[in-house]
Write a protein that binds this ligand. Structure first.
Ligand code: GDP
Length: 193
């Protein structure tokens, strides 16, 4: 899809606040600092779009972006902040579960993982949550430009092993620096639109 327009629509925490027009939705999730805003901006050819909604105190919200008046990108609240209370974690889980279980237009959840690291316990918990919600999921490995070729292959293999993925399961390596992965991600999303 060629992006001709992309704009922030709203922040939501409850089902009643989600858009109601039924357009196909693609959601993005990952631990804080994994490169989610940067990836969203890369996919949308915009610089500060995803960042602008990232105001303090809004970290628990689900942010909707209108793309071409045709689909929504959904920026799900990040996880893995060093200091979160148990109550905040429970709130986050409720917001996520509500969205994942009840969101009919949801076509795909893109789970971001840093290509350089093995998935953390929180990443695993997130993937289990996606699994329990039966949400269709695609793994994206971010910041691959930070890895040399040989290291990159071993890192991706380690991620695959840690997640117990089949050999043919798709992991899309991405870099906002080089633009790698952009075309493939759009191809996957276009196929589901
Ligand atoms: P978020 O918290 O998941 O939204 O993460 P950000 O998008 O804010 O990115 C966190 C940091 O990683 C920033 O300093 C980005 O510039 C950097 N970053 C994000 N994507 C890439 C990438 O593909 N390559 C490199 N080298 N750095 C990246």
């Amino acid at each position: 899809m060629k992006v001709v327009s992309a704009k922030f629509v709203k922040s939501a925490v409850r089902l009643a606040q989600y858009p109601t027009d039924g357009r196909p939705e693609f959601a993005f999730v990952g631990r804080s600092n994994v490169g989610k805003s940067t990836l969203l901006n890369m996919l949308l050819n915009r610089k500060g779009l995803a960042k602008t909604s990232k105001t303090p105190g809004k970290t628990q919200t689900i942010n909707f972006f209108d793309v071409n008046g045709h689909i929504y990108f959904v920026d799900l609240p990040g996880y893995g902040y060093a200091k979160v209370s148990k109550a905040a974690k429970q709130r986050w889980e409720r917001v996520m579960t509500d969205y994942l279980r009840k969101r009919e237009p949801l076509r795909l959840v893109v789970q971001l993982l840093d290509a350089r690291h093995e998935p953390s316990d929180r990443d695993h918990e997130m993937l289990e949550l996606l699994d329990r919600a039966e949400a269709p999921t695609l793994i994206v490995a971010t910041k691959v430009d930070k890895l040399k070729r040989a290291k990159r292959d071993t890192s991706l293999a380690a991620i695959r092993k840690s997640l117990e993925l089949d050999e043919d399961a798709l992991i899309v390596p991405c870099s906002a620096l080089t633009g790698e992965g952009k075309r493939e991600l759009w191809r996957v999303m276009d196929d589901l639109t």
